[in-house]
Ligand binder design. Structure first.
Ligand SMILES: [Zn+2]
Length: 344
């Protein structure tokens, strides 16, 4: 019943992303995170800094070379190019990706950023590693709290995580907090389900567990034929090898409101019920909200509360980790409403 949040998570700040060909200020800003934390406090929630339990739970999910890259990337970039390359205020983000046969990892940092990044929405700044590390520590602490008490815990993870692959950052995400929490739960429970309700496909979480039968991954999201991340999130992606049948993508149309959203939720709940997990990770994105200026869908505040009630009815030990949800007059309240349902 604890909420985990560290002020260190604000150190990833003043970042940018490329949208429609323009470099814009990132929607996933430090101000967004501070706003959520402030609203939770006004709603009577108490936020606690997680303990530092080190790297092992992160390395249980992420590739060692990728984590090493994330830790050092900013210092290497600055050493190579300075703070403002070419005097133009350049940003530590890629201009080329290894989308060619026989690609090899280069030495120069600008090439390595393309190697370790899936898109141009994962700028690295001086505080990126520290913030991502502490977001992950929050997810780990929430998972351990759930295991100790059987009660739901929440981590205000920021940067978010569900687009991050084992070895790549993308979509504002660097470390996959939901996956790290699920892997931590797996230490004590044989079967874990992850339900991702963010408006975007949880492509990183899917990829991390794609060949595993012990972690069911369910993502409900806006159809990728016309929505980020475009290349994954389709119904035919069902897992492979031992994981065949243990990944489920449920889509609704761009701009959808309550009825398609809750219909996708009903199908998610049916799949999770069939799987019969011992514990649940809820990847809580609220960017399908009608008020969200980035997500551009039409789900009401009442529907998010209804969603939380239906998920709460599983009566499972539940870790809730924050994913998306952007500038909106109700952003923090949508999250607080969900936490109220779970008595957090
Ligand atoms: Zn999202």
């Amino acid at each position: 019943m604890t909420i985990f949040w560290s002020e260190e998570q604000l150190r990833h700040r003043d970042t940018h992303f490329v949208q429609l060909g323009a470099i814009r200020a990132s929607r996933e800003s430090a101000e967004r995170a501070a706003s959520i934390a402030a609203t939770l406090r006004t709603r009577g929630k108490v936020l606690c800094a997680p303990p530092d339990v080190g790297m092992d739970p992160i390395l249980a999910v992420h590739d060692t070379d990728y984590v090493e890259f994330l830790r050092n990337a900013w210092d290497r970039w600055r050493a190579e190019f300075g703070d403002t390359p070419f005097g133009t205020g350049g940003h530590a983000m890629p201009n080329v990706f290894p989308q060619v046969p026989h690609a090899q990892k280069p030495d120069l940092i600008v090439g390595q950023i393309g190697w370790y990044t899936g898109d141009m929405a994962a700028e690295i700044v001086s505080g990126t590693w520290t913030a991502a590390y502490w977001a992950a520590q929050g997810a780990i602490a929430a998972a351990r709290g759930v295991l100790q008490t059987g009660r739901a815990h929440y981590a205000l993870c920021r940067p978010p995580g569900h687009h991050a692959l084992a070895g790549k950052a993308m979509g504002f995400c660097y470390l996959n907090n939901a996956a790290i929490a699920a892997q931590e739960l797996r230490k004590a429970t044989p079967r874990v389900a992850i339900l991702d309700v963010d408006v975007h496909h949880g492509n990183g979480t899917q990829a991390i567990f794609y060949d595993r039968a012990d972690v069911l991954t369910v993502s409900m999201h806006s159809h990728p034929r016309s929505y980020y991340p475009f290349f994954t999130g389709y119904a035919e992606e069902r897992g492979e090898g031992a994981g065949a049948g243990y990944n489920l993508n449920l889509t609704y149309d761009f701009g959808a409101g309550d009825t398609p959203f809750l219909s996708a939720l009903d199908r998610s709940i049916a799949a999770i019920t069939d799987f019969a997990p011992d514990a649940l990770v809820l990847a809580l994105g609220v960017d399908a909200s009608e008020h969200d200026t980035h997500g551009r869908h039409a789900v009401t505040r009442a529907a998010f509360t209804s969603m939380a009630e239906r998920i709460r009815a599983f009566d499972l030990p539940t870790v809730i980790v924050q994913e998306g949800g952007y500038e909106s007059p109700v952003l923090g309240h949508l999250i607080a409403d969900v936490l109220d349902v779970f008595d957090i």
